[in-house]
Write a protein that binds this ligand. Structure first.
Ligand code: ADP
Ligand code: MG
Ligand code: ZN
Length: 504
């Protein structure tokens, strides 16, 4: 891909146009079995070992709806403040693609299970922006194609393709927003905040782990521009399958700059799908967008309509968890942190981990410190999300306990955490194996302090004369002598004690 795309600066684009966005998010449910058959959804199995006549669309095979799939859809709909259909049907969306063996996707069309809702999202500065929800409907995932032989992994230039139908038929919920207007220059931020909030909600409902890097949650970003003051929407582009929060924001930003360049140059935007490229932060043209008529939707004749009783819906409503935004506001009070810090924890996917660490006995400040410091850094460096790091909240809590009881100082604790992440065992094992205990033997410490005093007579005199601030040099010498394995606060006390000085 060598063609460069003309862009207008972000500021100039916003000076002339208002962005309008539409976000379509697909969530893969965590059900044990597929949406319309009993095949397992377990990841990592041999290709095509989890497929049957129904999900392969063989003649005569009959689908049956997964009740947990419907329940999850209703929970999502309710959590998004949607109305829940009293009666709705599935529809066939007809198209041919090798990863879809039935030649149609079982989806919902004009009768979604949930519609007309909203989700409040919080921006970096604390302001709350309401995103209106058009619908949430049930459908199924496709199989997975692997294009072999090309340079890019895309079909162009490939010599052949491999197909794995294990994913075909895994339940998906598609959540579609109404056009998001009025966000102005903050449109990309709103897009990111919306996906982040939705991810928290899905996780809180327990219907999916919503891991974006694993494709369990992916977002299509529709975007158009219209000149200030004009009511009619412009033509949209649809950037498909964006799979991280950061990429959602970047894709929206890039499209704003690209659309503005096309419009400024007197050109027209083509309604098409586009691909987002992580490496360059740019999008390239995909295919010209089909109209709904092209799919020849019709009601699925092999499935009964879904008519959830009002009692069931109310039961599910009563069991909804606290809304993540309300929960974050509550936690903010409890932890005494700023809106901005909370936003960072949200974006890092750290909130549940911190809560679990506190539940395992850590104090809030320490739990936050390790997850957002050392562990966030490790996650960034290795390109792994926090929750996927090979360390549990219980283990982090154990490290904080060792620090609190004085067996570890922060420097040693960092090494313990590093050891756990590297697979050397639990915290206690790593302490043992690496010999990381703080030197707490008073005799040994006192000897080290006396040695430092003897080696630095000038500094010692200053301290004796009342210049307590000079103690740092001696503490440093002792820490060095003990290879960092002493409790610095205790060393300072000893230094002052031996020199007959007192603090303050
Ligand atoms: P499709 O499946 O063809 O993409 P949908 O209606 O499912 O159509 O989704 C389109 C998304 O784009 C919705 O979120 C909708 O609100 C939004 N949208 C529709 N028209 C525009 C437009 N002109 N500019 C930006 N977003 C739009
Ligand atoms: Mg779409
Ligand atoms: Zn099957």
């Amino acid at each position: 891909m060598t063609a460069t795309t003309d862009l207008v600066s972000y500021e100039d684009a916003l000076a002339s146009y208002d962005p309008v966005m539409g976000l379509e998010v697909h969530v893969e449910l965590g059900t044990k079995t597929k949406m319309f058959c009993g095949c397992s959804t377990e990841l990592g199995a041999e290709p095509n070992s989890q497929a049957c006549p129904t999900c392969l669309g063989m003649p005569g095979a009959l689908p049956v709806v997964n009740a947990i799939g419907v329940e999850s859809a209703i929970k999502i709909g309710l959590a998004l403040h949607c109305e829940i259909a009293e009666w709705c049907r599935f529809a066939r969306k007809n198209y041919f693609y090798p990863d879809m063996p039935k030649n149609f996707q079982t989806s919902q069309y004009d009768e979604p299970i949930a519609f007309n809702g909203y989700l409040d999202v919080q921006l970096e500065d604390g302001e709350v922006f309401r995103v209106e929800i058009e619908r949430a409907h049930m459908e199924e995932d496709t199989g997975k194609s692997t294009h072999v032989g090309g340079a890019t992994g895309r079909i162009h230039g490939a010599s052949h393709s491999l197909l794995d139908y294990n994913r075909a038929g895994i339940p998906l919920i598609e959540i579609v927003t109404k056009p998001i207007e009025g966000a102005g220059e903050r449109a990309p931020e709103v897009a990111k905040a919306y996906v982040a909030e939705l991810r928290e909600l899905i996780k809180a409902l327990g219907v999916s782990e919503a891991r974006m890097e694993m494709g369990q949650m992916r977002c299509d970003v529709n975007l158009s521009l219209r000149p200030h003051g004009r009511e009619k929407f412009g033509t949209r582009s649809e950037t498909k399958n964006v799979n991280s929060l950061r990429s959602v924001e970047r894709a929206a930003r890039f499209e704003i700059q690209r659309h503005a360049a096309v419009l400024d140059g007197g050109g027209t935007i083509i309604q098409e799908t586009r691909h987002f490229h992580e490496d360059t932060g740019s999008t390239t043209s995909g295919r010209v967008k089909e109209e709904a008529e092209d799919y020849r939707y019709f009601p699925e004749p092999d499935l009964v309509p879904v008519a959830p009783s009002r009692e069931w819906v109310e039961e599910l409503r009563a069991g909804l968890p606290e809304q993540p935004l309300a929960r974050r506001n509550r936690l903010r009070e409890e932890w005494g942190v700023s809106a901005h810090d909370m936003q960072s924890m949200l974006n890092a996917g750290a909130i549940d981990l911190i809560v679990a660490t506190i539940d395992a006995g850590a104090d809030a400040a320490s739990a936050r410190k390790w997850w957002m410091g050392e562990l966030a850094r490790t996650a960034n460096e290795t390109g792994v999300p926090l929750e996927a790091l090979p360390i549990t909240p219980e283990q982090v809590a154990r490290v904080t306990a060792l620090v609190a009881e004085g067996s570890l100082n922060d420097k040693l604790a960092r090494q313990v955490i590093e050891g756990v992440v590297k697979g050397e065992g639990g915290p206690d094992e790593v302490v043992e194996k690496r010999g990381l205990k703080v030197v707490s033997d008073e005799g040994a410490l006192t000897a080290a302090v006396d040695e430092a005093i003897a080696a630095n007579p000038g500094v010692a005199d200053k301290i004796r004369a009342g210049k307590v601030a000079a103690a740092g040099a001696l503490v440093g010498a002792v820490m060095k002598a003990t290879r960092g394995q002493a409790d610095a606060a205790r060393v300072k006390e000893l230094v002052l004690e031996r020199l007959g000085a007192t603090e303050g």
